[in-house]
Write a protein that binds this ligand. Structure first.
Ligand code: DX5
Ligand code: ZN
Length: 221
């Protein structure tokens, strides 16, 4: 089984000092840095693009876990790969040629993931299971941090876990992950926990360290 990984989402960080935030959260014990890219079209919010990610690359050697909430995604995949993303996850709803998007990421030499909005059934993954490294289950509607975990997603995580079988696919959960919901998420079979507001609301490097450690303890419970 894959290890538990804590992936702080910098969407909730202070954008005026992102480099320092990435450094602090890395030193706090983050496994991956979760990068939420929003285009104001696929989701009703705008965040940052490949140039910001490129500038952040020198602040950490942690894995850059890029969550693309953009449509279309294909024209930008190469830019995100070149910016230093190690993993690129696309929404199944963001285009009509999911398999093509996955192949493009694969050919760029990056780990490839698929993410599903809360209402999207797992069945869209059935024919791409052998083409992916990661499944990201959205446990809120994408676009904003600080929303509540949707309880029905616990069953979806459990079903995704059984769909994965013994494939080496990471199962990631994003949205409303806190010290309270982390045990639900890992009990259902997820191993990667994205947390934005839960971590960054602390506001200091010491607070980040405490929350990352609390989340890990809760996840392993
Ligand atoms: C939502 C983003 C999430 C978000 C999570 O569209 O994909 O990564 O930042 O934020 P929290 O942890 O605050 O729910
Ligand atoms: Zn995300």
């Amino acid at each position: 089984t894959l290890p538990i990984r804590i992936a702080p989402s910098i969407l909730a960080a202070d954008f005026a000092k992102l480099g320092q935030e990435v450094k602090d959260v890395t030193e706090a014990g983050a496994d991956w840095i979760h990068l939420d890219v929003m285009d104001g079209h696929f989701v009703p919010n705008i965040s940052f693009g490949p140039d910001v990610i490129k500038s952040l690359r020198s602040y950490t050697s942690a894995t850059f876990d890029c969550h693309l909430m953009i449509s279309p995604a294909d024209p930008y995949l190469e830019a995100f790969a070149k910016a230093g993303c190690d993993r690129i996850t696309v929404h199944a709803e963001a285009g009509v040629h999911l398999h093509r998007s996955l192949q493009t990421v694969r050919h760029l030499g990056k780990k490839v993931g698929v993410t599903l909005n809360p209402a999207t059934p797992l069945s869209v993954l059935e024919n791409v299971l052998d083409d992916i490294d990661l499944i990201l289950i959205m446990s809120v509607n994408p676009g904003f941090g600080g929303q509540k975990f949707i309880p029905a997603m616990a069953d979806k995580i459990r079903n995704a876990r059984s769909l994965i079988g013994d494939r080496p696919i990471e199962l990631e959960v994003d949205g409303g992950v806190t010290v309270d919901t982390a045990p639900i998420v890992t009990a259902a079979g997820a191993n990667v926990l994205v947390a934005g507001s839960a971590i960054f609301k602390g506001g200091s490097a010491e607070a980040y360290r405490q929350t990352v450690s609390d989340l890990r303890t809760a996840a392993e419970r």
